[in-house]
Design a protein around this ligand. Structure first.
Ligand SMILES: Cc1ncc(COP(=O)(O)O)c(C=O)c1O
Length: 437
């Protein structure tokens, strides 16, 4: 009885959402001409296109201004059309675009050196994406044990709710059924344990275990942070069993947490780390970083990439890193993040019928909506107010604005979220009234 009321209520909310915020994303339609799109329809795209951006704002082809609290899913760390990044890219574009990794690339050496100065790492390998960075990290961990005369140690422990990318190995590492289904047998060598289950983790360690792979903050999984003491516990466990600790900071890294990398809050460091997204500020760039010891198996010929470390990407990446690693910049992220968190807590108090929980830290925040309010409806309601947010797992909507966001921008975002919540709340009340009739 209760369940059927909830179902009816959900149906009504969907109908009401459609009235309030317009039609849901239209998968195969090209905005401008309304003709069939030739994109392989693997994405459910929203029915809006952007022609330019300015800082934290995106301007659509129909002239509307959207406040971007998605940053291309944690990518546009310095905002849109950042003058410093334009300068870095265009200056490099006038010199040399591509030479291949058969030659020295001074721009890449400079970025790698700076990354090593700022982190635990001794070596860096550049990639074009996060998934490739993870592939390299996984290969490095396996090769380490092989170089130590233990090639049988190739298994990697991962955690439920993880997301490490969409290649065959990274969907196996992520272990999510919805991404694995239909693509043949999962790539072997990954053992998944429940998030936060210490006993299951210890039980999963065996003679074939090579490494533990974890996101310090699960982004796609619904903004679930691993507490600092658990990261420290993982470090101890790895040291005790001779395992390598791999962090996936593709989403949580490059300033988003208020430190350069989220794991820094725990005081420990990994042996290997994958990064991407924010480091390129919008230019495709990823990397895996390793200590000299963990990387000792990765000798000449063991790994490669045509584009990885391309001079254009290196010039942009170096500019992003120099900017984000400034202490004052990171302090700004921490300050504005506190304001965002406080304001979101206030929003939850105001709309307990819509918001179940506020999660996260830094500029990677999650709004978990009530079961009656699908996160995609919430994101659509925010978009109707011209605010971009990003849905995640566990019925969470992520807020991950460019790191240059100001308190004034946060105030605008909150007024848009307030308007979205008010409409969703009105829809809920109307649906409940109709269901009772
Ligand atoms: C934590 C994490 N790892 C890996 C990836 C994969 O990155 P990419 O899409 O660049 O391959 C993502 C992407 O969302 C991510 O959030």
């Amino acid at each position: 009885m209760v369940r059927s009321l909830v179902t009816i209520t959900q149906q009504r909310i969907v109908q009401y959402s459609a009235i309030l915020i317009g039609p849901s994303p239209n998968r195969n339609v090209d905005m401008s001409s309304q003709t069939k799109s030739h994109f392989l329809p693997t994405f459910a795209r929203a029915n809006v296109a952007f022609e330019r951006g300015e800082g934290v704002w995106l301007i659509s082809t129909d002239g509307e201004r959207y406040l971007d609290f998605g940053a291309g899913i944690a990518v546009n760390s310095l905002g849109h059309a950042n003058p410093k990044l334009i300068e870095a890219l265009t200056t490099q574009a006038q010199k040399v675009w591509h030479v291949s990794n058969a030659f020295q690339i001074p721009e890449g050496e400079a970025l790698a050196a700076r990354l090593c100065e700022l982190t635990f790492a001794d070596f860096v390998f550049f990639t074009n994406s996060g998934a490739e960075a993870l592939e390299g990290a996984i290969k490095t961990a396996r090769k380490y044990h092989s170089a130590n005369g233990q090639p049988e140690r190739f298994r990697i422990i991962t955690f439920e709710g993880a997301f490490h990318g969409r290649t065959l190995a990274t969907i196996a590492a992520g272990g999510q059924k919805k991404y694995l289904e239909g693509f043949g047998p999962a790539s072997p060598g990954f053992d998944q344990v429940p998030f936060g289950d210490h006993e299951a983790l210890k039980a999963a360690i065996g003679p074939e275990t090579a490494a533990i792979l974890i996101e310090p903050v699960q982004g796609e999984g619904g903004v679930r942070a691993v507490p600092p003491q658990c990261l420290r516990g993982l470090r101890d466990l790895c040291d005790e069993h001779g395992l390598l600790l791999i962090f996936d900071e593709v989403q949580s890294g490059v300033g988003r947490s208020g430190k350069l990398f989220a794991h820094e809050w725990s005081g420990i460091s990994p042996d290997i780390m994958a990064i991407a997204k924010g480091i390129g500020g919008g230019f495709p760039l990823g990397a895996f970083l390793t200590t000299e010891e963990a990387g000792k198996g990765m000798v000449a010929g063991t790994h490669g990439s045509t584009y990885g470390g391309n001079p254009l990407a290196m010039a942009v990446g170096k500019t992003v890193l120099d900017t984000v690693s400034e202490p004052a910049f990171l302090e700004h992220v921490r300050d504005v993040a506190i304001v965002l968190k406080q304001r979101l807590a206030g929003l939850q108090d105001q709309y307990p019928d819509i918001i179940a929980e506020i999660r996260g830290d830094g500029l990677l925040m999650g709004i978990k909506t009530r079961p009656e309010v699908p996160n995609t409806d919430f994101a659509a309601a925010a978009r109707a107010e011209k605010l971009i947010t990003i849905p995640a797992g566990d019925n969470v909507v992520r807020l991950l604005p460019p790191l240059i966001v100001t308190e004034a921008d946060v105030a605008i975002a909150l007024s848009k979220l307030d308007a979205a919540c008010a409409k969703l709340s009105a829809g809920l009340r109307q649906a409940a009234r109709t269901a009772a009739e």
